[in-house]
Design a protein around this ligand. Structure first.
Ligand SMILES: [Ca+2]
Ligand SMILES: [Ca+2]
Length: 381
């Protein structure tokens, strides 16, 4: 199939209303139709395998001793109207939000200028006409988008179908500790679309590609903020493609939906014992990440093994218990995460004396710099 006809197939997929895709989750929950699969005819371009570099020491960021770090709490404050006549009222809304991953306590206070006394508050108490504060609050930390499960999904994953059954495969001759970067049709992972994927000789993928400095023979845990990040690992262990195919890739279509399929054909490093497995990545606008295994090659080699996935920051992820062989073909599902906790309150202020005035809100949290926000309010005659 030509590239043009692939585009036609993608356009056909695009005809499905977005809501239907969201509700049905597209191909992720469809029963795979093995009989209709054929190459989508997409030419996958690759860069040469990159030899692993030694890991560079992390740049040690340091702050002056005693200096407090910036607060993860952001404060917004707005007054409506921003100009009032004497005896007129303005309502000011203050919102604090935790943008950090950790829970934090926040104590806020709002002070008004002498020409703009506060007459009422909601969600806060007036201590004097010039000082209001809400109860001390505990703000939950943010939860980023990321994988929430790696689990069997019987009837909804393709399972192992040898890519050699199809024409047009792109061969990626990986040796030991090498990664190839492949330009691919855009696929969604944790809410982001990627047009490139790094394929490690050690059984994992890096959406967005690898700079070549992260190929790790010894699997890390998942998640882990340490490099490599954004790992999708069908079978992360010390493998070596030398003398084997290495990896191959193709885009298969059932005529409507398309999948990027990557197959590893390598040996356990230092042995002649093969491991053959695949990642199926839907390129249909919704996350669809499947792992498939040629189970007669899947066995315990005595080497560390990790099966799972993490997000781009290495802060959320899932894995089978370390060393656990995949019990079946698997699917990685993700969720969108959630923002940090918020605190909001309003105060009402009254123009008393003509001239420039202001409301100043300060948010204090333990062990970080306080945050100060100033909102001018002009009092006219
Ligand atoms: Ca990581
Ligand atoms: Ca290796």
């Amino acid at each position: 199939m030509s590239r043009t006809s692939w585009k036609a197939a993608a356009a056909a997929a695009g005809l499905v209303p977005p809501m239907l895709v969201a509700v049905c989750a597209g191909p992720a929950q469809a029963a795979p139709d093995h009989g209709r699969l054929r190459p989508a005819g997409i030419h996958l371009t690759t860069s040469a395998p990159v030899a692993a570099k030694s890991r560079s020491a992390a740049a040690a960021g340091s702050t002056a001793a005693g200096a407090l770090p910036a607060s993860p709490v952001t404060v917004t404050q707005a007054c409506d109207p921003a100009t009032v006549a004497v005896k007129q009222l303005t309502t000011c809304t203050v919102t604090a939000e935790n943008t950090g991953a950790a829970e934090i306590t926040a104590e806020l206070g709002t002070v008004s200028s002498v020409n703009l006394p506060m007459t009422a508050a909601s969600g806060a108490s007036l201590f004097t006409p010039f000082l209001a504060y809400p109860p001390k609050a505990t703000l939950a930390g943010t939860r980023p988008a990321g994988p929430s499960s790696v689990a069997p999904d019987p009837g909804h994953v393709f399972g192992y179908i040898p890519l050699t059954a199809f024409g047009g495969n792109t061969i990626l001759p990986l040796g030991d500790e090498q990664t190839a970067n492949l330009d691919v049709p855009g696929f969604v992972y944790n809410g982001k679309t990627y047009g490139k994927v790094g394929i490690s000789s050690n059984g994992y993928l890096l959406p967005g590609g690898s700079g070549g400095d992260a190929d790790q023979a010894r699997p890390g845990t998942l998640p882990d903020p340490a490099a490599p990040n954004n790992v999708i690992a069908p079978f992360w262990t010390d493998l070596d493609g030398t003398g084997m195919t290495g990896a191959m890739a193709n885009v298969l279509t059932d005529g409507v939906w398309n999948w990027l399929v990557i197959e590893w054909q390598e040996n356990v490093a230092g042995t002649g014992t093969p491991r053959v497995f695949q990642a199926w990545i839907g390129v249909n606008g919704v996350q669809d990440v499947q792992f498939a295994y040629k189970f007669d090659t899947i066995a315990d080699s005595g080497r560390p093994l990790v099966v799972g996935a993490e997000n781009a920051e290495g802060t959320r992820g899932v894995r089978l218990p370390e060393g656990t062989l995949p019990p079946s073909d698997l699917r990685v599902t993700s969720d969108a995460g959630q923002p940090g906790g918020k605190l909001s309150y309003t105060v009402t202020a009254k123009g008393l004396v003509r001239g420039p005035g202001q409301l100043v809100t300060v948010a204090k949290s333990p062990d970080v710099k306080p945050v100060t926000v100033t909102t001018p309010v002009t009092v006219t005659r």
